[in-house]
Design a protein around this ligand. Sequence first.
Ligand SMILES: [Zn+2]
Ligand SMILES: [Zn+2]
Length: 198
Amino acid sequence: METRFFHGNITSKQVAQALLAEFNRGALRAQQVGDQDHIVIQITTQPNLQSGGHTAIGVEIKQFDDGVAIHIGQQAWLGIAASIGKTAIFAIKNPLSLLNRLDDLAQDIENLQLVERIWNTITQVIKENQASLELSERFRRVVCPYCTTANPIGEANCIACGAPLGKSQPNTCPRCGFVVENDETKCPNCGLILSTVN
Ligand SMILES: [Zn+2]
Ligand SMILES: [Zn+2]
């Protein structure tokens, strides 16, 4: 369905913990597949699950250099208790194999509301850790395309050779956090029309 990129001191573990705390209770069930840098949290509205075969919302959380990438989509709930067989164990060892099964099925209203709640929970933990959709400070360096000197962000001209740096300033999409080139008019990730700075 949608992928967003959050920049800053945020780990996939922190996001996973927040989601489990919020959604593994009441009329909802949540479970974690994988750990460390690549985690999938599955959330379903069916509290009495005995086996697989149900649809769940899968929240894929991946660590990258400057934060986490989060993708929300629909996928089959893994009935871990009932079938601790090949699928579950293989998926835990290699979450990527599970992601290949990601399937954007027909979306119903109930799921859309749940997806909204999931993004809200994620946004909250992102804020608590001072991460955001914008590039974090440590990535805010502009490399001069002419002489390759590293410049502080926001410099109009290269501090070494004086070349204009406007087009090289790194930027992120305000809706999804994807890193975009400055001359791009449309976010390659979410399709948002970007107003060009130059
Ligand atoms: Zn330069
Ligand atoms: Zn975007």
